[in-house]
Design a protein around this ligand. Structure first.
Ligand code: SF4
Ligand code: FE
Length: 485
């Protein structure tokens, strides 16, 4: 469908109303996801990418000049032209993580177009295909309309001990089931699709390096989210139905949230103009590696922004309880900051050490990006543990908003849940509810579990780290110093 360029949160919500999609939430088809209380907070988080907000640096971080058109475009639709672009991407993600304290979902599409940009260029050189120009045309389209793109990589994978072509059910990895003169027909499903229900477009990439007999699985394409044959099934999160209770206090971070869905492609037609890989199996591994590298860089920005909020929550909870000047509390907050800034350092380092690919698009330092994400699989847990330590057990024993509204018990809560005498009880409860959400409620889905598995589970980084570390060189260093031939 044709739409106007989206340039505000309101226009973004309207644009999603215009999509006719098959979306299921808790067993029911949802016609209007925009106003659904379990979906809307995640949409609000994406909407922040359309908002300059109050931060003076936001314009420079959120917008950039397109190398294709010279126009001012969202950085989420931009192809990185320098290490400065890579650094600014991380700064933008930290800013948005701070604003929302969750996953704002739009980075996967950005990381997808950047990975495909260099790989389609190299594929055309090696295989005589014409994917790169097609992709550029597609990028012009998403830039001009300012669309949200779901970058869809993770297949459902079936039996993990078997290759895609050896599965009992051949649809465990998205594949081409028919090649036609006007396009291809695809079938399969992508799991844990971040922000997919909040996206206008779905950009599919292969999930692993394919072999010669798996050419049908070496497929990359883009389709509108309302293309025929696509079904979205929303994933649940801990405490998600609190969003249906009409008690924002109990949600903890009521305005924002994250989202993952299972996206099913039931014989979806894709015209050739939107196909960016079809059978070039030897190119597929590069897409996975580069996409993963960009997204592992991303976590050195977004999760750090969330960490900023959690450090703030620790400080505030400590202050409300009257313990902010206690030395061990200060020490724990110092440790939280140390861990969080270490993640940021990794995000900046892999960006600053990025290099141009033959296509002109800049790629991060892949080893350092893997180090970045590997730290992210651990540090947010320690940050959360310290935050819970400081916050105290009340985080899991607080009564509900409805108790605070019941005149029979509210005075007891006011009196007995008070911390420092001059702090309103409810303010203290609000920050503790926020901590509950972030460390074990829906917020933890984005901050903790996503930190482990998003952009690849820990073992995926360890494989890359071992492979890229150049052990032979390191052996030479010691041999030279120890006089070993
Ligand atoms: Fe962006 Fe972070 Fe969410 Fe990935 S996890 S989409 S990098 S906010
Ligand atoms: Fe993610």
């Amino acid at each position: 469908m044709m739409r106007m360029r989206i340039d505000s949160p309101e226009a973004y919500f309207e644009s999603l109303r215009g999509l006719e999609r098959r979306i299921y939430v808790m067993g029911e088809r949802v016609e209007n996801p925009v106003d659904h209380p379990m979906i809307r907070p995640s949409m609000n988080a994406v909407a922040e990418t359309y908002d300059l907000g109050q931060e003076p640096e936001a314009e420079e971080l959120l917008f950039v000049k397109s190398h294709l058109t010279g126009e001012r475009v969202s950085r989420f639709t931009h192809i990185h032209q320098s290490t400065e672009d890579l650094v600014n991407k991380v700064l933008m993600q930290r800013l948005l993580g701070r604003r929302t304290s969750t996953c704002f979902q739009r980075c996967v599409g950005m990381d997808g177009i950047n990975a495909l940009y260099s790989v389609t260029y190299e594929c055309d050189q090696a295989c005589g295909t014409e994917y790169h120009d097609r992709l550029k045309e597609y990028i012009r389209y998403i830039q001009s309309e300012n669309l949200v793109v779901d970058g869809a990589m993770t297949d459902v994978k079936g039996d993990r001990s078997l290759r895609p072509a050896d599965q009992a059910d051949p649809d465990m990895f998205v594949r081409v089931v028919e090649r036609r003169s006007d396009g291809i027909v695809v079938r399969g499903a992508k799991a844990h699709q971040t922000g997919s229900i909040n996206s206008h477009e779905i950009l599919v990439m292969p999930t692993t390096a394919m072999r010669e007999n798996e050419a049908d699985y070496a497929v990359s394409f883009a389709v509108p989210a309302d293309a025929e044959g696509i079904t979205f099934i929303l994933g649940r999160q801990p405490s998600d139905t609190r969003k249906l209770e009409g008690s924002p206090l109990d949600v903890g971070n009521p305005r924002y949230g994250s989202q993952e869905a299972l996206v099913v492609f039931d014989d979806v037609f894709v015209p050739w103009e939107r196909v960016f890989m079809c059978g070039e199996h030897e190119q597929s591994g590069k897409v996975v590696e580069r996409f993963a590298a960009y997204h592992r860089q991303s976590y050195g920005g977004c999760k750090v922004g969330v960490g900023d909020v959690l450090v703030g929550a620790a400080q505030l909870a400590a202050f409300y309880a009257g313990v902010d000047r206690v030395s061990h509390v200060r020490d724990k907050i110092t440790e939280m900051i140390h861990l969080n800034e270490t993640l940021f350092s990794c995000g900046i380092a892999c960006s600053a050490r990025g290099e141009a690919t033959p296509s002109g698009c800049y790629l991060v330092d892949v080893l350092l990006a893997n180090i970045c994400k590997h730290n992210v699989t651990r540090f947010p847990f320690e940050i959360s543990r310290l935050l819970q330590d400081i916050a105290g057990g009340l985080v899991v024993t607080m009564p509900s908003q409805k108790d605070f509204e019941n005149p029979e018990v509210a005075p007891y809560l006011e009196k007995y849940l008070k911390g420092s005498a001059d702090i309103p009880t409810l303010d203290r409860v609000k920050v503790l509810k926020f901590i509950e959400n972030m460390t074990m409620g829906c917020g933890a889905a984005a901050y903790l579990t996503e930190s482990v598995h998003g952009a690849g589970s820990p073992q995926a980084q360890r494989i890359m780290i071992y492979r890229l570390a150049d052990l032979e060189e390191k052996v030479k260093y010691v041999k030279r110093l120890a006089d070993i031939d």
